[in-house]
Ligand binder design. Structure first.
Ligand SMILES: [Ca+2]
Ligand SMILES: [Ca+2]
Length: 205
């Protein structure tokens, strides 16, 4: 299971604990059908994506990462959207269960599922990370703007929604979502979560 964690040293003051999913039996509150969950949308005036997919080789024994970006004003690499960090000690077993030895590598791909939605697919599924040294996923929601429900105004409903934002995991397309124990930094408009495996992840409420 993904565990709630502490990070971002200086920013602990603005840290909001979203949820804790380290119990063995998830409560109904953290499992939702896709129709009952709102995946956060990017604002209408959000910049286009600079890259909608990133691939890299994770290597046992080396820290590696992938990043997705928005475009800047002239179409270059702009603000960061997503960062996936795979610490060198994190790779545990391949999808077929084979353990990793030092210097073993595996191709990892992060893909934006829908350019309007804060929803990503991480592959290969079945890959396992050491729960004591998990992979780390950081997603920015700055470009969702402040009108989170996109009803044309920014009011207390939007403030309430921001307090509810969390990272949710969907194991199969069309299946239920599970809320993870993520950590939200409202000052940075960022939510972080630790991962022990790959599938689809969204910021949602
Ligand atoms: Ca609104
Ligand atoms: Ca409103």
């Amino acid at each position: 299971m993904d565990r709630t964690w502490i990070g971002k040293g200086m920013l602990l003051g603005s840290m909001v604990l979203v949820a804790c999913s380290d119990s063995t039996e998830p409560t109904p509150d953290i499992i939702r059908d896709p129709g009952a969950l709102n995946i956060l949308q990017l604002a209408q005036n959000a910049p286009p994506l600079w890259n909608s997919q990133a691939s890299f080789y994770a290597i046992r024994g080396e820290d590696r990462e992938a990043r997705l970006f928005f475009q800047d004003a002239v179409g270059g690499q702009g603000e960061e959207y997503l960062r996936l960090k795979i610490p060198g000690a994190s790779l545990l077993a391949r999808p077929d269960g084979t353990p990793f030895a030092v210097d073993d590598s595996i191709l990892i791909t992060v893909t934006v599922v829908d350019v309007q939605q804060i929803l990503f697919e991480l592959e290969p599924s079945g890959l396992r990370f050491d729960p004591a040294k998990p992979a780390e996923l950081e997603i920015e929601y700055e470009e969702a703007g402040d009108d989170y429900d996109q009803d044309g105004d920014v009011d207390t409903e939007d403030d309430q929604i921001e307090t509810e934002l969390a990272i949710w995991r969907q194991e199969v397309a069309g299946g239920v979502f599970e809320r993870l124990g993520s950590v939200k930094f409202e000052d940075l408009k960022e939510i972080d979560v630790e991962l022990t495996g790959f599938t689809r992840y969204a910021i949602a409420y």
